[in-house]
Every structure is written in structure tokens, then in C-alpha cells.
Ligand binder design. Structure first.
Ligand code: NAD
Length: 115
């Protein structure tokens, strides 16, 4: 039995980084996932990538800037449609991550590189 069978998840910031990686893992474990991101292109790319790897993934996506209340509410409503009354797992990863604000050099550390 998959560990997240019959679970639903709403992942904001799902177009990239940790959100996208978590979405793949959750889909692999059987969750029904709603991916939300403000970046429509990143969202499409991540969705296609997961569907290519997991053709039976229960995955839908919704473009929204969750800093905007009306858009955030619409995103939750989209997820509720998939949840059919089950309480969702909410993962909020929608913020500029290290990729967006990667420092050139911070005390010798270069994020995203093995040094
Ligand atoms: N990467 C790390 O090692 C690390 C470590 C600790 C904490 N974090 C935190 O985790 C979160 C995600 O990090 P990441 O590296 O995956 O970031 P990322 O930049 O790769 O992805 C963040 C995603 O959030 C989306 N986003 C940003 N603002 C949004 C909004 N208002 N509405 C909808 N979508 C929005 C972006 O379009 C992007 O696709 C960040 O808050 C980051 O600070 C990251």
C-alpha cells in the first residue's frame, strides 16, 4: 500500500524547487495533489514532468499568486474539489527560495553547487 493513498495535498510553490520535488514524491506515494504556483510556465513544466514519470498520477494544477487573498481562496477551492471532504495536507513552499536569491558567495558557500 502506498503511504499517501487516499490523502490529498495542496502544495503552493509547486512549480519549482522543494514544492516540485515534494509533489513528485507525494504522487509516487499515491496522494491526489493540487500544485499551485504564481509562475504558470514553471507550473506547466513541473506538471508535464511528473506526468511523464508517473502517467497515473492524481495531479492537477492551478496558477495563483497566494499572496493575493482572492487567488489563495480560489486555489484552496480548487483543491477542495479534489479532496471530496477529506482534510488536505497543506505544504506552503511559495516564497522566493535560494534559487531566486542565490548569493554569489556567502562565506565560501555557493548554494546549488558542490564545492
Ligand atoms: N532550498 C532550500 O534549501 C531551503 C531551505 C530552507 C527553507 N527554504 C524555503 O522553502 C521555500 C521554497 O524554497 P525553494 O528553494 O523550493 O524555492 P524556489 O524559488 O525554487 O521555488 C519557490 C516557488 O514558489 C513560487 N512562488 C513564490 N511566490 C509565490 C506566490 N506568492 N504565490 C504562488 N507561488 C509563489 C515561485 O514561482 C517558485 O516556483 C522558500 O520559502 C525557502 O526560503 C528553502
Amino acid at each position: 500500500m502506498k503511504r499517501l493513498a487516499n490523502k490529498v495535498a495542496l502544495i503552493t510553490g509547486g512549480g519549482a524547487g522543494i514544492g516540485a520535488a515534494t509533489a513528485l514524491l507525494f504522487c509516487r506515494e499515491g496522494a491526489a495533489v493540487t500544485l499551485v504556483d504564481a509562475d504558470a510556465q514553471a507550473l506547466e513544466k513541473t506538471t508535464r514532468s511528473i506526468q511523464a514519470e508517473l502517467p497515473n498520477a492524481k495531479l492537477n494544477h492551478f496558477t495563483a499568486n497566494v499572496a493575493d487573498e482572492a487567488q489563495a481562496v480560489a486555489a484552496v477551492q480548487q483543491s477542495e474539489g479534489a479532496s471530496r471532504g477529506r482534510p488536505p495536507i497543506l505544504l506552503k513552499l511559495s516564497a522566493p527560495g535560494f534559487r531566486a536569491k542565490r548569493p554569489k558567495n556567502e562565506g565560501g558557500i555557493q548554494h546549488g553547487k558542490t564545492i
